[in-house]
Design a protein around this ligand. Structure first.
Ligand code: AMP
Ligand code: MG
Length: 290
């Protein structure tokens, strides 16, 4: 299945999240059935990220957004099984610091954009400035409503500079969120993740949905598309995202650069001894065999 076509938000398309099934798993009915395909996508990402790094002419930005317990951390862990940490980094955007809030909202974001050859993953992003900021009325509508255009301009700037941008909204149901909160409560290793705000934010679900829907509509562009990923099933979410990432990287036309040195010359200069050794070994073998 072409997950890109299936989950992309077409530019200008109206999004109704309530109409998208967060438990969708396509042609797969279990993790076991999807496992070989997952492995294949991890291998593709591994090969392509190596090429991106070697090619060093373009970059990739992966934006992850979603409500609490949507699975952003899990996606990052999965993506890294198919990427070398060298040339790949994650930036987490939390409440802005004093110095960050003193600047325009894109200031801290731009500083984390990937350089040529790099993959950057954003765990939350500049989109918080039209989401949490809107829902909690941290700035006035007149301020946040102008940000869609500023975001599109910013992403165009990155794209013009060779950055491929993929944005994922992890779509879970309120029931699934509550079940994940409960799992955290029951698992001593995950209790540290619980915060009071998880539950109070949950009360604002409809407001977040409204904010997400508008953000998706206003900022899904050809050069920086949004994908709404059904994310109730973690394995399906990982499969869809890694397939989309690998497909997009495949389209980047990445190539190993030509060697920067004269290989014959290098062989002559530095490996002559080895060659002589091989030659005489061969001679000896020939003499031995008759
Ligand atoms: P977490 O991702 O659970 O560690 O939480 C990070 C928190 O920072 C979330 O509640 C976000 O909504 C919040 N956050 C991120 N960016 C901003 C922003 N620009 N303004 C206000 N809060 C933000
Ligand atoms: Mg949280």
């Amino acid at each position: 299945m072409d997950f890109r076509k299936k989950f992309v938000v077409a530019p200008g398309e109206k999004v109704r999240l309530a109409k998208i099934d967060p438990a969708y798993t396509g042609d797969y009915d279990s993790h076991e059935k999807a496992a070989p395909e997952l492995g294949k996508q991890v291998e593709r990402m591994d090969r392509l990220q190596y090429l991106l790094y070697a090619d060093a002419g373009q970059s990739l930005l992966i934006v992850l957004q979603g409500l609490d317990a949507g699975g952003k951390d899990g996606v990052i862990r999965h993506l890294f099984t198919g990427m070398n940490p060298q040339g790949t980094f994650v930036s987490c955007f939390k409440e802005p610091s004093k110095i960050e809030i003193a600047h325009d909202f894109l200031w801290r974001i731009h500083a984390c954009a990937p350089g040529k050859g790099e993959v950057a993953i954003f765990n939350r992003s500049h989109y918080e400035d039209v989401l949490v900021v809107r829902v909690h009325k941290l700035v006035q509508r007149a301020v946040w409503s102008k940000r869609y255009e500023l975001i599109n301009d910013f992403e165009r700037t990155l794209a013009e500079n060779g950055t491929r941008i993929l944005k994922f909204y992890l779509h879970i149901s309120p029931e699934e969120q509550l079940a994940r909160f409960k799992q955290r409560l029951d698992d001593p290793a995950r209790r540290w993740k619980i915060s009071e705000s998880d539950y109070s934010e949950r009360e604002l679900w409809p407001q977040y949905v409204e904010a997400y829907e508008e953000a998706l509509e206003e900022t899904s562009t050809k050069r920086a598309p949004w994908f709404v990923i059904p994310a109730n099933h973690k394995w399906f979410r990982d499969l869809a995202i890694s397939t989309i990432v690998a497909d997009a990287m495949d389209d980047m036309g990445l190539e190993l650069p030509a060697p920067r040195v004269d290989l014959a010359d290098i062989r002559n200069k530095f490996h002559a001894a080895e060659r002589e050794e091989k030659k005489s070994e061969k001679k000896a073998r020939r003499a031995k065999s008759g």
